[in-house]
Design a protein around this ligand. Structure first.
Ligand SMILES: Nc1ncnc2c1ncn2[C@@H]1O[C@H](COP(=O)(O)OP(=O)(O)O)[C@@H](O)[C@H]1O
Ligand SMILES: [Mg+2]
Length: 260
């Protein structure tokens, strides 16, 4: 982990309510370059809502977001992209009927000086970026629907980093994948870390993410129970945070930790 003083992302005291329901209440999380931070908690804990505030899908009621130490004004997904924030959804937003290169440049195609599509340049760039992420990937000429879940995910991630994502949000990235593909996503994440990208990895299942994460934040009922470096806590202790809201000695308690 290349820890530096200024976090890539700092979300401070973020709150949002839907009707009378406090989906997220005074939640604070941070993320450093090259770091994987897991956001854990039961279904309904507020993880996706918190992270949708970062990706511009929801507007917060209160709280601050800092990117690289400066206050960020994120009002919509386009603002978020300008800050280098990209989201990889569980339901992968890829176009099934076209190949990997076409997917990477969908809506942002490269053109020749004559205004025609520059397929040669797009394929060359696709091979370079995909080669970095997933060296075994060879199926550049096939429609994406023919690819495995893990390969489709590498296409979606390549698309994000091609357009300079510095902050990647992966919400339940392995929920729809088998064990082999899940391992592949783990490899992808290691590669992204090495490139200095910060990753929020969201899951309701600790086993999916614990070994990949440098730190964990646990949410319960919209609040942060606490956070810890994965090397300072056991999986059982983190389960105690998720289930009971109980903060172990190796963790820093948040507003949602039960007292005593
Ligand atoms: N658009 C919405 N409208 C109303 N309630 C919502 C909306 N999105 C989320 N919620 C509520 O906010 C709470 C947190 O949900 P969510 O962030 O999806 O949890 P998680 O991702 O941890 O499973 C839940 O009680 C959920 O029902
Ligand atoms: Mg969710």
């Amino acid at each position: 982990m290349t820890e530096q003083k200024t976090p890539l992302v700092e979300m401070k005291d973020i709150s949002i309510a839907f009707g009378g329901i406090h989906a997220v209440e005074k939640a604070s999380v941070d993320l450093y370059p090259g770091e994987v931070v897991a956001l854990l908690g039961h279904n309904g804990a507020g993880k996706s809502t918190l992270i949708k505030i970062l990706s511009g899908a929801y507007r917060r009621d209160s709280g601050d977001i800092m990117i690289n130490g400066e206050t960020a004004d994120i009002r919509n997904p386009r603002d978020a992209k300008e800050y280098g924030i990209e989201t990889i959804y569980q339901t992968l937003a890829v176009a099934d009927n076209v190949d990997a290169a076409a997917n990477l440049y969908l809506g942002r195609e490269l053109k020749t000086p004559w205004g025609t599509l520059d397929d040669v340049a797009m394929e060359a760039k696709a091979r370079e970026v995909m080669g970095r992420l997933n060296p075994n990937f060879k199926r550049f000429k096939e429609p994406v629907k023919a690819l495995s879940g893990g390969q489709r995910q590498s296409v979606a991630i390549a698309r994000a980093i091609l357009f300079n994502a510095r902050i990647l949000i992966m919400d339940e990235p392995t929920a729809a994948l088998g064990p082999q593909e899940t391992a592949q996503v783990g490899e992808l994440i290691k590669q992204l870390k090495a490139e200095g990208i910060g990753i929020f990895l969201i899951s309701h299942d600790i086993h999916d993410v614990f070994d990949l994460a440098d730190r964990v934040f646990v949410m319960k009922n919209g609040q942060v129970v606490g956070h810890a470096r994965t090397q300072d806590v056991t999986k059982d202790e983190v389960l105690g945070m998720i289930i009971m809201g109980k903060c172990p000695p190796g963790a820093t308690p948040g507003p949602g930790a039960i007292k005593g």
